[in-house]
Design a protein around this ligand. Sequence first.
Ligand code: 13P
Ligand code: SF4
Length: 303
Amino acid sequence: MNLEEKIGKLKKEKKAIILAHNYQRPEIQDIADYVGDSIELSHKAMLEKDAEILVFAAVDFMAESAAILNPEKKVLLPTLGARCPMAQMLTVDEIKQAKSHYPDAPVVLYVNTLATSKAYCDICCTSANAVEVINSLNADTVLFGPDRNLAEYVAEKTGKTLIPIPEWGFCPTHLLFQPEDITVLRQQYPSATVMSHPECSSEIRRVSDFVGSTSKMCHYAKDCSAKTIIVATEEGILHRLRKENPEKRFVIAYEGAVCPNMKLTTLDRVYTALKEEKHVVKVPEKIAKNARTTLEKMFLVKS
Ligand code: 13P
Ligand code: SF4
């Protein structure tokens, strides 16, 4: 049996499913039961009533959210070091400090945060629903973290004041895109459309035809009439885009846009994780209880 077959056999035996983020390696996306963006993965994890084990081919905060929402299931993260650096950029102390300066402002946190921080916010959001979440609040000034670019994007869309916490939270991978790269590619492919993730800088967003979460980009790519699409997000998404749209051409806006943490998940590690049932992601109930409320509130917002 090859590794894929061994994984398939273990999955059946253990009633496990594999949830993979859109940035995962192609071979991981191909064995996954479901491939999606961060909100879709959390949602899917909640709907999988029969599964006893959820293998999260993704980064730490995504697996943590699944563990918070599914305390009765075993959530496995194949590689312990698969951490999103942006999620580590906001501490509970920083939230408390910001709150002391703006006591009336609600705290909205991007799901790219650790569970300890989520427990201190009013409501979570993802890049797919951030605009709707902010619009749902009866407040004109909001504390928002940790991604400053997403905060700026949402402020533009809602007309509200978003105070970034920390002041300069960012994704190191999305920071790599430069508007000049897109200018060159537009000259090379004059009829191309450009899509980008809201974690990109405002300079990139300004030269984009579409801005959205990873799955929203997948939907846009299917629906738009362009035959060539320039993509400004992590390169792993190209596998799904090409698989779903074999007749279209996808060009990454910068080839070095690789999230090293997303790439830590390999077939070998998924196999070992399933076989040895490691690494179990556990969030202490004291933290999980509050964090769960903030995630559940997010699911109630229509987007
Ligand atoms: P999505 O929710 O759009 O998949 O984004 C998650 C992420 O980490 C982007 O860098
Ligand atoms: Fe975190 Fe950026 Fe990687 Fe997304 S691409 S998981 S925000 S480091």
